[in-house]
Design a protein around this ligand. Structure first.
Ligand code: FAD
Length: 452
């Protein structure tokens, strides 16, 4: 009989933690998990899922407007009720919380509802209860970070946005990452006059430059005001009468400030001090290729380790680690190349592989195939939204290096292309694939001429 209560104890029942706990128990390990806030973690409660539901909500107005060109019209006023959206979303999230709980319980994982804190490398204090484990995995995720400026406590983060009592008439979104851009799109789509303030020259750093420029134009068309090369200096007053002073000297009167200014590892009060776990300067836990920290029985995965902060990445890490620790068949390591990703701004961005800038840095012979057009739907809807698709090809080998798209359902389209790219697809493979007509996606197999 083991001297420990558990073979494995997982801290955090989010994307990575639930996968690790569930699969390890399935392989026969005695597993416990602690969760102090919400079953399913960030993605389910204050991330991907509620965000995508809000993105759907924010499109409805536009869909109704688009309908006019197809002969549809409304007889009465069009009304939006925030409380209905928020409460229906909450009901769905509660349902998902229950599913996560059942998944764990049915797999034989013991759930401890409470905050875990290290006592030593094998012992945790969970709200006063001491438990021991041979191995402990930290899957505590990340937490919104708000920069320091006078009045920053008056800004909300994405965590609070999902539960607002009411929607303001105007909002300022601070930040230039994907969450900022998505949230600005949601708010604008729901009828909030929205302004995005970002200290850099252009948002979405790290994405293909042409895609970023194109999205800037599209986002502005949707009515989001973009203030680049600027920053918030202070916030005064009380919501919904906030006064935001910018570095440029401009002052914005607004009902709400949303700071989407990055996320930091969630390691507050975890008791890591004295354990000897190596971290980066920003607190990210450093792990080796087996997700082992510098303390060999303590593992870490998901957002808390930095890297690409995406749910499918945390899931893949959880799957790998469980199989590595408890399955006889050794798993294939997670491949961090060609991870597809989407930004659910309006229209969506989706991307896989290298940007044009990265491709040109790595290869001498890069061919760029691109197509920009007005989607068929909008010939009748009257919308001025446009779509951009881009393929990067290594000219000598004909291999596809990257695919990028801005347009409706870009995420749905690029997911399939990601499989092709991982399988080593060439431009000839794309060219000899018959398109599905009439779709936007068929453009990816009909782009014949590279740019000069
Ligand atoms: P989490 O899911 O954050 O889980 C960590 C859990 O640990 C939490 O439940 C937390 O309460 C718990 N915890 C922390 N400390 C303790 C402790 N001491 N004791 C007990 N429990 C503790 N990703 C995508 O792939 N697609 C998207 O569209 C997307 N959209 C997003 C939108 C927003 C607004 C945000 C914020 C994130 C989004 N993400 C998206 C990112 C995604 O949510 C994260 O990458 C993912 O949830 C990381 O999983 P994780 O297991 O590392 O951590």
């Amino acid at each position: 009989m083991s001297q420990f209560n558990y073979d494995l104890f997982v801290i955090g029942a989010g994307s990575g933690g639930v996968r690790l706990a569930r699969m390890s128990a399935g392989y026969g390990a005695r597993v416990g998990i602690a969760e102090d806030r919400f079953m399913g973690g960030t993605c389910v409660n204050v991330g991907c899922v509620p965000k995508k539901l809000f993105v759907y909500a924010s499109h409805v107005r536009e869909d109704i407007d688009d309908g006019a060109g197809f002969g549809w019209g409304l007889n009465g006023d069009l009304k939006f009720d925030w409380q209905t959206l928020r409460d229906n979303k909450n009901t769905e999230i509660s349902r998902l919380n229950g599913i996560y709980e059942s998944l764990l319980a049915n797999a034989g994982v013991t759930i401890h509802s409470g905050r875990a804190r290290f006592i030593d490398r094998h012992t945790l204090d969970i709200d006063g209860e001491l438990i021991t484990a041979e191995r402990i995995a930290i899957a505590t995720g990340s937490w919104p970070f708000v920069p320091d400026f006078p009045g920053n406590e008056k800004a909300i983060s994405s965590n609070e946005l999902f539960y607002l009592d009411s929607l303001p008439e105007t909002a300022v979104v601070l930040g230039g990452g994907y969450i900022a851009v998505e949230m600005a799109g949601i708010l604008a789509g729901l009828g909030v006059k929205t302004c995005l303030v970002y200290r850099g020259a252009l948002f979405l750093r790290g994405f293909d430059q042409e895609i970023r420029d194109f999205v800037k134009t599209e986002v502005e068309k949707k009515g989001v005001e973009l203030l680049f090369n600027d920053n918030i200096q202070s916030i005064e007053g009380d919501a919904p009468n906030l006064r935001v002073s910018l570095k440029s000297g401009n002052v914005l009167e607004t009902g709400m400030v949303l700071a989407a200014t990055g996320r930091r590892p969630h390691i507050h009060d975890l008791g890591l001090e004295g354990l000897g776990i190596n971290t980066r300067e920003n607190g990210e836990l450093i792990v080796n290729e087996l997700y082992q920290t510098s303390v060999d029985n303590i593992f870490a995965l998901g957002d808390v380790t930095g890297g690409m902060q995406l749910t499918p990445v945390a899931l893949a890490e959880g799957s790998f680690l469980s199989a590595h620790l408890y399955c006889d068949v050794k798993p294939t390591p997670v491949d961090y190349q060609n991870i597809p990703t989407a930004v659910f701004c309006q229209p969506n961005i989706a991307t896989v592989g290298l940007t044009e800038e990265q491709a040109r840095e790595r290869y001498d012979n890069v061919q760029v195939f691109a197509s920009e057009f007005r989607p068929l739907k909008h010939t009748l809807s009257g919308s001025n939204e446009r779509t951009l698709m881009k393929l990067l090809v290594e000219g000598d080998s004909d291999r596809i290096l990257g695919a990028h798209m801005v347009g409706a359902e870009a995420g749905e389209i690029i997911q399939g292309i990601a499989v092709a790219i991982r399988a080593g697809a060439t431009k000839t493979d794309f060219d000899t694939t018959i398109g599905i007509h009439p779709t936007a996606a068929e453009e990816f197999v009909t782009m014949r001429q590279p740019r000069a």
